[in-house]
Design a protein around this ligand. Structure first.
Ligand code: HEM
Length: 447
């Protein structure tokens, strides 16, 4: 029963809360609604009602693993067509989740990151090779090149040659097409689906088939060449003997997507804020100069020591958590916030950009301020109110990977370039299940 929960005023019979909603920007539309409706609210689309949580207190409660668990819903559920029982889209009770989790956890330890560091440095070197030519750069596109290249090579020994292409790799285009389709499907009205659905559905199938084809090629290349010089994700999976062929394919596709879209967005937002906050950029740059000195390329530890650069990333992910939400279901009948009954299996979507801007926790929430992540300030905040990487057992396995890769890239860019923003640019956020700045360019000049 959701009758105690507020909902938008203009609820249209049959269709639901569609006024002021675009299929292109569901997250930002819902953020606007949430500002008026409070920490918990519902939206109805046709016969589906979704409970959203945007308040930090309720979100923290949903992190309680004894009472709540991940729920595969909405966009994540749509992605099962692509990721199947891969880690991200697996249902909690699917045996392959635990099997793959156990096989892959060793690939994300600190010592694993140390082993990936040289390959990550190589890829950042290719970005620099391009940016050294100077001029105007398309930041979101180049961050996507960087992160796809990194997960492709580090995870699977598979180069996409991203920096040598004029257009994005066809894998990226197919992936973006699929993500867009998965996002829009949830908002489509039946008539529109009938009129436009078939062609879109066919394109979607073709895209998904192409993604699988690329991945099969990646796997075949490995089987043919034997194991990699350094054991990577693919080796771990193939050598374990724990995962069937279809599941390995699902994992590879999952990692290629989950492993780069979100990190690319995080880097782009961070660069946007750095270019708009010269004092922050100066402080970050001073840290990089001090820690890296004249080292031609930074050593692993020199990246982990960039505490302020890390805070810039943390703060970018606070304002724009690039995976903007996750769903939590009740394990048994319970009452949320001492007020809202939830039956076993009933779920709510945690909308992170609202949780991360809850003014009861974050003073002046719209202001970009990396100092919020100084240890003293972190300690003074309640727990479980900052969740860009999700929560509990099903939280992001790639968190350390993303943070090392992104800190290395930001450090390199800060040390090497002045970042000159386009004075007319106003941040526009595009949504394709994940978030990223749209049409965001910078002029880069060697320091
Ligand atoms: C899960 C965010 C980078 C692989 C998640 C979840 C979030 C998230 C919120 C939980 C989703 C849910 O509860 O439904 C992010 C962000 C990233 C990032 C913001 C970058 C800034 C990465 C990277 C990888 C990765 C680099 C791989 C190399 C995964 C996987 C899962 C996951 C496999 C599913 C884990 C499981 O359920 O066992 N991520 N992620 N992510 N992420 Fe990430």
């Amino acid at each position: 029963d959701t009758s105690a929960i507020p909902h938008p005023r203009w609820r249209v019979p049959l269709v639901g809360d569609v006024i002021g909603t675009s299929r292109r920007t569901p997250v930002q539309d819902t953020m606007r609604l949430g500002r008026d409706l409070g920490p918990i609210f519902t939206r109805r689309f046709l016969d589906r009602e979704i409970v959203f949580v945007g308040g930090a207190g309720l979100a923290a409660e949903l992190s309680d693993e004894k009472r709540f668990a991940k729920h595969v819903a909405l966009g994540v559920e749509e992605l099962r067509t692509i990721g199947g029982d891969g880690l991200f889209t697996a249902y909690n009770e699917e045996p392959n989740w635990k099997a793959a989790h156990e096989v892959l956890v060793p690939a994300f330890t600190q010592s694993a990151m140390r082993a990936y560091h040289p390959a990550m440095v190589d890829v950042v070197g290719e970005l620099v090779g391009k940016w050294d030519r100077g001029g105007v750069v398309d930041v979101s596109a180049d961050m996507t090149n960087l992160t796809l290249e990194t997960i492709g090579r580090v995870g699977f020994g598979f180069p996409f040659d991203s920096f040598r292409r004029e257009r994005a790799h066809p894998f990226v285009r197919a992936m973006i097409g699929s993500l867009r389709h998965a996002q829009r499907k949830g908002f489509q009205l039946p008539l529109a689906a009938k009129l436009f659905g078939r062609a879109a559905e066919e394109r979607y199938r073709a895209n998904v088939a192409y993604l699988a084809e690329v991945v099969d090629e990646v796997i075949r290349a490995r089987v043919d060449s034997g194991s990699a010089d350094r054991p990577d994700l693919l080796d771990l999976m193939l050598a374990s003997g724990e995962l069937d062929e279809v599941n390995v394919r699902n994992q590879v596709i999952t990692f290629l997507i989950a492993g780069h879209e979100t990190t690319s967005g995080a880097l782009s937002f961070a660069l946007h804020y750095l270019s708009r906050n010269p004092a922050v950029a100066e402080k970050a740059r001073a840290e990089v100069d001090a820690v890296w000195g004249d080292a031609e390329v930074p050593a692993f530890e020199q990246v982990t020591k960039l505490r302020y650069v890390r805070r810039v990333l943390d703060e970018a992910l606070r304002l724009w958590p690039t995976a903007p939400g996750y769903a939590r279901e009740a394990k048994a009948d319970t009452v949320l916030g001492e007020r809202y009954p939830m039956k076993a299996g009933q779920w709510a979507l945690v909308l992170l950009p609202l949780v991360h801007r809850d003014p009861s926790v974050w003073p002046e929430p719209e202001r970009f301020d990396p100092d919020r992540f100084e240890p003293a300030q972190v300690k003074a905040r309640p727990g479980h109110v900052y969740k860009p990487f999700g929560t509990g057992e099903r939280a992001c396995i790639g968190r350390q990977f993303a943070l090392h890769e992104a800190t290395l890239a930001l450090g390199t860019v800060l040390r090497r370039y002045e970042l000159v923003p386009d004075p007319d640019y106003r941040l526009r956020v595009v949504e394709m299940l994940t978030l990223k700045p749209d049409g965001f360019t910078l002029t880069v000049r060697r320091r």
